[in-house]
Design a binder for this molecule. Structure first.
Ligand code: ZN
Length: 115
């Protein structure tokens, strides 16, 4: 059963987005995987997979577990959104590590601007 990563509501298998939160539902196996860290929240939205992988590397270097959620086109898993879609997806971290993750990313972005 897919469920909503925000409100944890469960849906029938043909439902793709939460009608309350307007977020993409995730398959149940991921819930089991991610609940060991409690709630996950978006620390940054990224425009492409490369950016997602870079931020994942930055955070994992700090010992922060990372979960990448990409905005697939409904009914076509694995197919990315249209080229006009500005965001590739979201970088999620455990709720309790969010302040640490935001600080790590800020340090990272600041270092980019200094170069
Ligand atoms: Zn929801």
């Amino acid at each position: 059963m897919p469920f909503c990563p925000q409100c944890s509501a469960e849906y029938k298998s043909d439902v793709l987005t939460c009608s309350d939160c307007q977020v993409q539902l995730v398959p149940e196996p991921i819930q089991i995987e991610i609940t060991e860290y409690g709630d996950w929240c978006v620390v940054e939205s990224v425009p492409n997979e490369l950016a997602a992988n870079i931020l994942q590397g930055v955070l994992e270097e700090e010992g922060i577990p990372v979960y990448l959620r990409c905005h697939d086109v409904p009914y076509h898993p694995g197919v990315k959104g249209s080229p006009t879609q500005s965001e590739w997806g979201d970088v999620l971290v455990p709720n309790n590590l969010l302040p640490q993750a935001q600080k790590s990313l800020k340090t990272y972005f600041d270092s980019l601007q200094e170069v």
